[in-house]
Design a protein around this ligand. Structure first.
Ligand code: IPD
Ligand code: CA
Ligand code: CA
Length: 267
């Protein structure tokens, strides 16, 4: 376990928000059969979880800034430390009663991912990492998978849907990757995708067009588990571009090369 004051603060905040989400998820399961569906209820649950995170984190670190999915940016007197918060990553899953979602809290220090907490409240799995301290799943130290051949790898990806992303480009990427790997997955929570790369469950993950709150926490978790992350041009500008590819060093290199063969986005 990491027992730094920072990790203690993050852990308490995500666990508290997780308890609220679990209660609301129980309601959502009931609401599936109603004609109107649970959409409004889910937006309220999302905002409630974010309120809890905002209250807890600002009480513990009153000067830090925030970048939150729902409320947006809140400037603190310390702009060098920014909490990047997704109170519910995997909204579509949550809305449909699929128990695969997480709370993601990253700390970005001087523009670089510094610490992360990703909490799956249904599985009670807490992924945490702080620079130089390693990455953990609950009490267990994490290490990315060691597989060296794409043919042995289970690779997770995003999947652009109605109104999102460049479908043609994704389809080209999918085509080149699916021929070479042992399996492909799509979970619906980018934060958990990164956490699962860190845990060695997925050998790699790539997705384009993500927001900082989807990945800020996960980037530190992957890094501290010995993994490599970049955007699709191989640079470490993931928070700016929103594109991310994570894996161990060898698979990261091979997959980056392979994805480049799919060609650029259409103008
Ligand atoms: C989404 C999830 C999903 C990813 C989407 C994100 P949300 O976040 O991370 O896996 O494919 O691009 O927007 O909306 O559930 O917080
Ligand atoms: Ca998200
Ligand atoms: Ca969200």
């Amino acid at each position: 376990m990491i027992r730094t004051p920072l990790i203690t603060v993050m852990t308490q905040a995500v666990r508290k928000a997780g308890r609220a989400l679990i209660r609301d998820f129980g309601e959502v399961e009931q609401l599936q059969v109603s004609r109107k569906g649970p959409a409004d209820f889910v937006s309220a649950a999302d905002r409630k979880a974010e309120d809890i995170l905002f209250t807890e984190l600002s009480r513990a670190r009153p000067n830090y800034s925030f970048n939150m999915e729902e409320r947006g940016k809140v400037e603190g007197t310390d702009p060098e430390n920014e909490w990047v918060v997704d109170p519910l990553d995997g909204t579509t899953n949550f809305l449909h009663g699929i128990p695969m979602f997480a709370i993601s809290v990253g700390l970005v220090r001087n523009g670089m991912p510094y610490a992360g907490a990703i909490y799956n409240p249904i599985a009670d799995e807490l992924f945490i990492a702080e620079r130089g301290q390693g990455a953990y799943l609950n009490d267990r130290r994490l290490r990315v998978a060691a597989r060296q051949k794409l043919a042995d790898c289970v690779v997770c990806c995003g999947l652009p849907h109605m109104g999102r992303g460049d479908h043609a480009q994704f389809n080209r990427e999918l085509r080149v990757v699916q021929r070479q790997v042992a399996g492909l997955r799509r979970t619906g929570s980018a934060a958990l995708d990164l956490a699962w790369v860190a845990a060695g469950r997925f050998d790699a993950f790539w997705e384009r067009g993500l927001a900082p709150w989807d990945i800020a926490a996960g980037l530190t978790v992957v890094r501290e588990a010995g993994g490599f992350s970049s955007d699709m041009s191989g640079q470490e500008k993931m928070l700016k571009t929103g594109d991310v590819l994570s894996a161990n060093e060898v698979i990261h290199r091979d997959l980056l090369r392979l994805l480049k063969t799919a060609g650029p986005a259409e103008a």
